[in-house]
Design a protein around this ligand. Structure first.
Ligand code: COA
Length: 374
């Protein structure tokens, strides 16, 4: 049986949402370099850019922020559903809750941009509320009512921890969300586009994306990196640990990328944040372990294996007190605008996405009644 190609190198369609130059390590959202946006634009501004194709004016941004703020609350019945399934994997909880949110939204069911855009904007807000609410309920805490005087990132931390975050921490999460906001036809955005291609409503597309993000080869890598760091425990043990893993034929989580064959520009940003935050908090063992892992992986750079965005994300989250089980949901909070933009773009000039599989199984077997089978 062939190991498959995973559609490696296949160009599915044209897009105007983002560009990844995997050899140059460059990421561009709607024409703007990620490094520029990371340091200058808020998550709200970047969301607007991804959805509408241009940076907002002051008036447009303030109207958009207002729309996001007005959408932060989730129905009480969805809070009850989250409570019922709170023992499940956080991504299963998120998928179930968002399914309920869109199922209850009577105005969300038509597969066209005029309907999908406002639903998408609401979902950008509500995914954050669901993720914070599940954290509260899983830890035996009351959900926190969203505030409308805080930014998306600050309100998210407020809803998770029940107290207003330090401005610096909100800024770090804002940066992290900007870095995760969009990444072309990655597996989850592709899943969203496949669902949109069938003329399914945007809610179904987002649920498909959430389901696809769950796996360790996609959204689950940051959590896996953090587990590796904890297992290593001491920077001096990192090199031996990695060598053993590689010898055993295992992949080192947080390394490698289908498109980047050099340093991931999002990882570059988070590397600096993890280092500075660790130093400031007097907790730099994690960063040192990560640096040693990077050193151990240097020989594989010639094969195009470099750290990816997930390599430093976990350390940043942990330093901010965000538990491991919330790492993949955090990715979803950030990726929401990208998913919505892809669904809208797919609707624009829709073609059913339906590739072929080459059949390699038997062709001429004769049916045997059950009593005659060995
Ligand atoms: N550690 C060690 N070796 C790795 C590696 C890693 N993290 N990622 C890729 N490789 C090696 C493979 O073993 C393979 O080697 P081979 O040619 O000798 O068989 C080669 O690099 C190509 O890897 P492959 O898995 O075919 O590339 P891909 O494009 O399908 O994989 C990923 C991309 C992301 C799935 C892969 O790099 C991976 O599993 N990384 C770890 C998970 C991760 O961090 N995911 C988050 C992505 S943002």
């Amino acid at each position: 049986m062939s190991s498959g190609t995973g559609l490696k190198g296949v160009v599915l369609d044209e897009t105007r949402i983002s560009l990844i130059d995997g050899d140059a390590g460059k990421l561009v959202y709607r024409g703007y370099n990620i490094h520029d946006l990371a340091h200058r634009a808020s998550f709200e501004e970047v969301s607007y850019l991804l959805l509408y194709g241009a940076l907002p004016t002051r008036t447009e941004l303030s109207a958009f922020e207002g729309e996001l703020k007005n959408s932060r609350a989730i129905p009480e019945s969805v809070v009850e559903i989250i409570d019922r399934v709170k023992a499940a994997h956080p991504m299963d909880i998120l998928r179930t809750a968002i399914s309920a949110v869109v199922g209850l939204d009577e105005n969300s069911h038509e597969a066209k941009a005029e309907v999908a855009l406002p639903v998408g904007v609401r979902l950008i807000s509500q995914v954050a509320t669901v993720v914070a609410t599940m954290h509260r309920l899983r830890n035996g805490l009351e959900p926190v009512t969203p505030r409308d005087d805080l930014s998306h990132a600050a309100n998210f931390l407020y809803m998770m921890f029940g107290k207003e975050p330090a401005a610096e921490h909100a800024q770090i999460i804002d940066l992290d969300l900007v870095l995760h906001a969009e990444h072309s036809s990655n597996a989850s955005a592709f899943a969203a586009r496949v669902a949109a291609g069938t003329a399914a409503d945007i809610g179904s597309c987002i649920v498909a994306a959430i389901a696809t993000l769950k796996g360790p080869l996609h959204g689950g890598a940051a959590e896996a990196v953090q587990k590796t760091v904890e297992e290593i425990g001491d920077p001096q043990k990192a090199i031996d640990y990695i060598e053993e893993r590689i010898k055993a034929g295992e992949k080192v989580m947080g390394f490698g990328h289908r498109v980047y064959k050099t340093d991931d520009p999002r990882g570059q940003e988070l590397r600096g944040v993890a280092r500075d935050l660790g130093n400031k908090m007097g907790e730099n063992t994690w960063f040192q372990i990560l640096q040693e892992i990077e050193r151990a992986m240097e020989p594989y750079r010639s094969k195009g294996i470099y750290p990816n965005v997930d390599f430093y994300a976990g350390a940043v989250y942990s330093l901010l007190g965000i538990p491991e089980e919330q790492f993949i949901p955090m990715f979803a909070v950030g990726r929401m605008p990208g998913w919505v933009a892809h669904v809208l773009e797919q609707y624009e000039d829709n073609v059913l996405i339906r590739p072929l599989l080459e059949y390699t199984g038997p062709r001429h077997l004769r049916y045997k009644p059950i009593g005659e089978r060995a």
